[in-house]
Design a protein around this ligand. Sequence first.
Ligand code: NAG
Ligand code: NAG
Ligand code: NAG
Ligand code: NAG
Length: 436
Amino acid sequence: HHPCHSVDFCVFGWMGSDIISTVEFNHTGELLATGDKGGRVVIFQREQESKNQPHRRGEYNVYSTFQSHEPEFDYLKSLEIEEKINKIRWLPQQNAAYFLLSTNDKTVKLWKVSERDKRPEGYNLKDEDGRLRDPSMITMLRVPVLRPMDLMVEATPRRVFANAHTYHINSISVNSDYETYMSADDLRINLWNFEITNQSFNIVDIKPANMEELTEVITAAEFHPHHCNTFVYSSSKGTIRLCDMRASALCDRHSKFFEEPEDPSNRSFFSEIISSISDVKFSHSGRYIMTRDYLTVKVWDLNMENRPIETYQVHDYLRSKLCSLYENDCIFDKFECVWNGSDSVIMTGSYNNFFRMFDRNTKRDVTLEASRENSKPRAILKPRKVCVGGKRRKDEISVDSLDFSKKILHTAWHPSENIIAVAATNNLYIFQDKVN
Ligand SMILES: *[C@@H]1O[C@H](CO)[C@@H](O)[C@H](O)[C@H]1NC(C)=O
Ligand SMILES: *[C@@H]1O[C@H](CO)[C@@H](O)[C@H](O)[C@H]1NC(C)=O
Ligand SMILES: *[C@@H]1O[C@H](CO)[C@@H](O)[C@H](O)[C@H]1NC(C)=O
Ligand SMILES: *[C@@H]1O[C@H](CO)[C@@H](O)[C@H](O)[C@H]1NC(C)=O
């Protein structure tokens, strides 16, 4: 028996033109959005199931592509503002159109994506190309009609939430009230109403009066999936704070503080850097939070603050390589982590285009590789093994031959099925459970 049924995943690959910087399924998993370094958003839609082509079950095809952010220049600070999309979050669907938030370092935008397959014809005051008709030629009144046309998908910016962040935005999170969302940068978290773009409320501010006293920055933040007053944020010191907006308008005082005491035997020059949390995610149930730091993924119970209930080693063999990973800056890579739909499996990325899955019930784990070579359609992913010193068996790869320029930072798991999306530089891989 395989360690996870994840080894039966089949593959579907897509190559974009730029480095993918975020991946996100919508709430039913039919749409998948990616953002890239060039400020573009590409949305994929799952093919409808068809009786005659059952093997095409759930292939994802490009649905819409649009430029979300453009490079800008901050003249006041003489700084370039990159167009790179840091995060995308879907809003739940409320009418025929889809809405998503996308953000770069400074500005959050609300996009409306809608379909058009009909065109009005027979205007009275203008012709079919939109030119005004000579009024003296209009002798009778026509009733305009809608005529079918090829399906067109349009993306239009509906709101631009700008000028509220001095530092780089690392997270956006839609509240379960669906009326507000938050945006977090290195030192502050702001709360926005979707309808109001010229004003936001600052709910967390950890900026010290004297910037020389700065010892900690905010690295990620997320709302509780069901309780609209509760959110968490993580820090570069490896801690997580849970805040309750009912307690006070400015949540500088947390209501819970999660931290694991450090094991003194593991203390090194790199301890603080590798304990920095790069991602925090509530479980779908809202009972647990998961955090990713450089070497591990941890699961915390909301009712236990002094240590995680589970710790998974992602690539512990790198512990002896921290010095070179510091020199090539890899130690600052920000890996994300995701839950599967039932919160029973955890997925996160590593180097060499490897990604890891941990089954919380069976405690089994697997390393898989996203690569062009084994991405033939419907090929089955073979588990990979990294060998640490000693004899290397066939099929194993030695720590020293791992490629640190190939990293999987962003992944997403379909909300209800075993379909995962894995971003490996400018390639997007979608793996799905094998069709019988
Ligand atoms: C996700 O996208 C699909 C479109 O393919 C749509 O039918 C569905 O309603 C969306 N789900 C949510 C919860 O927004
Ligand atoms: C935001 O815009 C609205 C409508 O234009 C205006 O009434 C309100 O005073 C503005 N708020 C701020 C803080 O500028
Ligand atoms: C200390 O290091 C060992 C292996 O090197 C690891 O298994 C253990 O989880 C580490 N302890 C902590 C608290 O990180
Ligand atoms: C992950 O969650 C889905 C949805 O709840 C479940 O069907 C699936 O079996 C889980 N995946 C694995 C690999 O256990």
